[in-house]
Write a protein that binds this ligand. Structure first.
Ligand code: ZN
Length: 341
């Protein structure tokens, strides 16, 4: 039986060297050292031996078990190393593959345009002044020279609240009164950005909510020439130094005189295209000299002080700049649109 044991040992060592995969190795282990393996079976036969032969046989079985276990561990190491090497040399594990790019968020196109506008006005010495989205009828209309029943109220379809006289602001202009009442009698250079709300049919060209940036300069000896110079400079910084600009007369209840500023079409360069309706010009903002009544309502004596104001729509500017045809894309939360900016 000792001879039989040694033969099993020799054969087991031989077949172990021939294993080349983990599956081979596991099946070798089951056949040799497993619960029903050949070596394990031999230990169970000790009882059949003569008592004096048992100790020597038992010792040899233990030696063989230990040696086979060591040989098994060494073979497992060898197979693992071979596996890694074959993965590296085959394309399965390409260490030259570039890393996956992380998906990064970015600013909303309206915010990007707003920040561009802030930056330019900031460079020109204007501060940002924030005022509230929920307004009173008094601030939104009356103090801006739009009394009740004034036909100009038709220009702003309004969201009313259940509290009489409290509305969602239809423009950022009420901020002019807030700023004047806070800063009087100091000179003022502010822009007033924020969301405005109008009770309108939502279409490709009109939304019920949109941003506006209002601007206000108040002081002594401010003239129409200052308005033209300042706004021309803004338009050139925003749309390019070589752009032509023009002012056209207009009407707003809170400025007198009032004007509109056009910039040479940024898409066709003035040649005429669909976006500029073949005029070669794009209207980008409304402006004017602050109406004496509005100055007075803000606390400034129009005999001593004067000022100019303007208002523009950042979404509209972004639409012109990027050729966006539908204003609903701004608040539609469609990533296919947003990812383009
Ligand atoms: Zn054009």
């Amino acid at each position: 039986m000792l001879d039989e044991l040694n033969l099993i040992y020799k054969q087991a060592l031989g077949s172990l060297q021939e294993t080349s995969t983990r599956e081979d190795l596991e099946s070798w282990y089951r056949q040799t050292l497993g619960r029903k393996g050949q070596v394990t079976q031999m230990t169970r036969q000790v009882g059949q031996l003569k008592p004096e032969e048992r100790p020597m046989f038992g010792q040899r079985v233990n030696e063989i078990k230990q040696e086979l276990q060591l040989a098994y561990d060494a073979q497992l190491d060898k197979i693992r190393t071979a596996e890694i090497e074959s993965k590296i040399s085959s394309d399965e594990w390409d260490v030259t593959l570039p890393g996956r790019r992380r998906w990064r968020g970015r600013l909303h196109p309206a915010t990007q345009t707003l920040r561009e506008i802030y930056r330019i006005w900031g460079d020109m010495g204007f501060q940002i002044y924030r005022s509230r989205d929920v307004e009173t009828d008094e601030y939104n209309f009356e103090l801006l020279n739009i009394p009740k029943d004034h036909p100009a109220r038709d220009m702003w379809d309004t969201f009313h609240t259940t509290t009489p006289g409290v509305i969602l602001r239809t423009h950022t202009s009420p901020g002019q009164i807030h700023a004047m009442r806070e800063y009087y009698p100091e000179p003022i250079r502010v822009i007033l950005p924020g969301m405005c709300y109008r009770y309108e049919q939502i279409t490709a060209r009109s939304e019920i909510q949109f941003n506006q940036v209002e601007g206000l300069a108040v002081g002594e000896n401010i003239s129409m020439a200052d308005l033209k110079g300042t706004l021309s400079d803004f338009a050139k910084r925003m749309f390019g130094q070589e752009r032509k600009i023009r002012f056209r007369a207009n009407y707003f209840p809170f400025t007198e005189p009032s004007a509109e500023l056009d910039v040479e079409c940024i898409l066709c360069g003035g040649e005429g295209c669909q976006v500029c309706k073949h005029t070669g010009w794009l209207e980008i903002l409304g402006c004017g000299m602050v109406h004496p009544t509005v100055l007075r309502n803000g606390g400034y004596d129009p005999a001593k002080y004067s000022g100019f104001a303007f208002g523009m729509g950042p979404e509209r500017i972004a639409m012109l700049k990027y050729g966006i045809e539908d204003i609903r894309a701004f608040w539609g939360n469609d990533l296919r649109f947003l990812e383009q900016f």
